[in-house]
Design a protein around this ligand. Structure first.
Ligand code: GTP
Ligand code: SPV
Ligand code: MN
Length: 589
């Protein structure tokens, strides 16, 4: 499939290490994929779902101890520890290679090694980059088929001489939790992942390459790799403005990316088009503006909470050719279910562990981090620019997270530098997307805490440099919070489709059509500028409450930021220190 010596030599080296019985080159042909599906069905690795109701759909269950990303076992192995920075696990590359070689040694004996070339980004795009994943998992191959442009087309994109490809090695090995490692070697364009079979740990094109390795490449090559959705908002005149939004895992990117406007806005002619739901690669275009592509080709989305009301576009995307992982199996009609799909949990069903499930016993049927892997082409609102090799021009960047108090519904940064400060100080409650406690507030700068492949201080400096390059063409920067709660812990803002009401203000600000009020933390809308018509109990007074900036809480916030910033020592850009001083002074005024 390729004559590229860099690829061939590396594969020989890896083969000698993992010693597979058999090697299969994945060309991406339908015949080959069918064979793999049949094999996975025969071994029970996957189950075929109802061919009428869910044509082409498969069900998979991971091991019970392997259901989310493992941040504690994820490493950035740069030669110098300071290049990984205080927020990443680090080990000396030679030490780590040696340790992993013992785990990989003979790991594919008795198994088949699949050689899976894939392209992140549209084929032919100057933004795109190629990876090759060697894996012993059919689940990985079938998921990567949905999530990337894979097979022969990826080798064609790489060409016969280039050495610019990411070398990914994955083995389920013995599935030992205590020997699970997700390791990035950014200086070697290399990822080694062992003893896991869960999404973000093993679909190496996704977080490992498109964020951890790519963020490092982006710094060196002058672009950006970000944990961001990309959407286009079309107004009644047919003008489309594109925005990117960075929210931490399971904080609403897929939902916002596929938003259906409230009826009033639909009737007026507003529409949302999805370009991406998780990752954006951004470059300064020939016109000096910031342009974005989605390097992925599908959606690896959170299942629970997805329903015809919250996110019909996502649900429709999963009705064919989709892989479901760790959801409920409805045995009556051989379909799937999860909490929040509808109010009728199946009576005759297996839970995500494959056990007979009694929906009345109070236990969860689907894992909170159960997922669907759905092809982007299935999405009813997929953007016509989805495959555009040049991407789309970005008007606004939105940061956000889960904050029960503190952060207001929306505010705008005063300028790019202030926006970098806002992104760098983001905090959010942890979710089930990563192993560990849920609901604990932690700093998660730009939603990249688990995904930045180098020192976060250098990453902020890179953001500041990008702002210098963009000058007055830089996107405007905003922060949103859909998750403020009342005293009983209920979300105050309706969220989902109604987030359109906030997006509208954001676009109006970018277009110079809306006013703003200055607050100690940035610009806020006047409450009456957020349209609440049709929201019932949620009134302009509610919006006013959602926009309050509680100075006492924000002074606590400043303390937290100082503590966090202190970890970065000399690597903290001076600009961010001065932004923090400004915030502090503003709160004392
Ligand atoms: P990753 O795929 O892990 O990166 O997650 P994501 O950021 O794409 O999050 P997603 O859109 O899948 O949403 C995660 C959870 O947040 C789901 O349970 C949603 O129902 C919930 N959610 C999304 N948007 C909103 C919102 O506007 N308000 C509220 N209250 N919940 C939301
Ligand atoms: C996330 O956790 O942000 C995800 C899912 O998008 S995973 O691919 O597991 O990283
Ligand atoms: Mn994500």
């Amino acid at each position: 499939m390729t004559n590229n010596k860099n690829v061939l030599n590396w594969i020989e080296e890896m083969k000698a290490l993992v010693k597979p019985d058999k090697v299969v080159w994945i060309d991406g042909s339908e015949a080959q994929l069918k064979e793999l599906r049949d094999q996975a069905l025969a071994t029970g690795e996957m189950e075929a779902l109802n061919p009428e109701k869910l044509p082409g759909c498969l069900l998979h269950r991971t091991a019970i101890n392997d259901v989310a990303r493992v941040e504690g076992r994820t490493f950035i192995c740069s030669r110098r520890k300071e290049d990984a920075g205080p927020t990443n696990n680090w080990e000396d590359p030679q030490v780590m290679y040696a340790k992993l070689r013992t785990l990989f040694d003979g790991a594919m004996q008795g198994r088949t090694m699949y050689i899976l070339p894939y392209c992140m980004g549209p084929i032919g795009s100057p933004f795109s980059k190629v990876g090759v994943e060697l894996t012993d998992s059919i689940y990985v191959v079938l998921n990567m088929d949905i999530m990337t442009r894979m097979g022969q087309q990826a080798f064609d994109q790489l060409g016969d001489t280039s050495n610019d490809f990411v070398r990914g090695l994955h083995s389920k090995a013995k599935m030992e939790e205590e020997n699970r490692y997700i390791v990035q070697f950014p200086e070697d364009n290399t990822i080694w992942s062992v003893n896991s079979g869960y999404g973000g740990n093993v679909l190496l094109g996704k977080k490992c390459f498109a964020l951890r390795i790519a963020s490092y490449q982006a710094k060196n090559e002058g672009w950006m790799a970000e944990h961001m959705l990309i959407l286009g908002l079309e107004n009644p005149k047919g003008e489309i403005k594109y925005v990117c939004a960075a929210f931490p895992s399971a904080c609403g990117k897929t939902n916002l990316a596929m938003l259906i406007p409230p009826k009033k806005f639909q009737d007026a002619g507003y529409k949302v088009w999805t370009v991406g739901d998780d990752i954006a690669w951004l470059r300064v275009g020939p016109d000096g503006r910031l342009w974005a592509i989605n390097p992925e080709n599908g959606f690896f989305g959170v299942a629970p909470g997805t329903n015809m009301k919250s996110n019909p576009n996502a649900l429709i995307s999963t009705q064919k050719n989709t892989i479901f992982t760790n959801v409920v199996h409805n045995l009556d009609d051989n379909t799937v279910w999860w909490e929040g799909l509808d109010k009728n949990p199946p009576k005759n069903a297996l839970n995500w562990k494959g056990e007979k499930w009694d929906c009345t016993d109070g236990s969860k049927g689907a894992h909170p981090n159960s997922r669907f892997t759905a092809p982007a082409v299935n999405c009813p609102c997929i953007s016509s620019e989805f495959n555009n090799p040049n991407g789309v021009p970005i008007s606004a960047i939105i940061f956000g997270g889960r904050r029960a108090k503190t952060a207001p519904l929306v505010y705008q940064a005063r300028d790019w530098k202030h926006g970098v400060f806002v992104g760098s100080t983001m905090a959010s409650e942890t979710t089930a997307a990563a192993a560990g406690a849920v609901g604990v507030v932690r700093r998660d700068p730009m939603a990249m805490l688990p995904f930045c492949g180098y020192n976060m201080g250098d990453y902020w400096a890179h953001w500041l440099e990008m702002g210098e390059k963009l000058g007055d063409k830089a996107p405007k920067i905003f922060n949103v919070n859909w998750f403020r709660t009342d005293d009983e812990g209920h979300f105050i803002w309706p969220g989902f489709g109604d987030n359109m009401r906030v997006l509208n203000w954001i676009i109006d600000r970018c277009e110079g059509r809306a006013e703003a009020v200055e607050t100690p933390i940035g610009y806020e809308p006047k409450p009456e500028d957020i349209d609440v018509e049709g929201l019932g109990d949620v009134t302009t007074d509610t919006v006013k409450d959602l926009l309050t900036v509680d100075k006492a809480l924000w002074k606590e916030e400043v303390k937290g930021i100082k503590e966090f910033y202190a970890k970065f020592g000399d690597k903290l850009p001076k600009e961010l220190e001065s932004q923090l001083a400004t915030l502090e002074a503003n709160l004392d005024k």
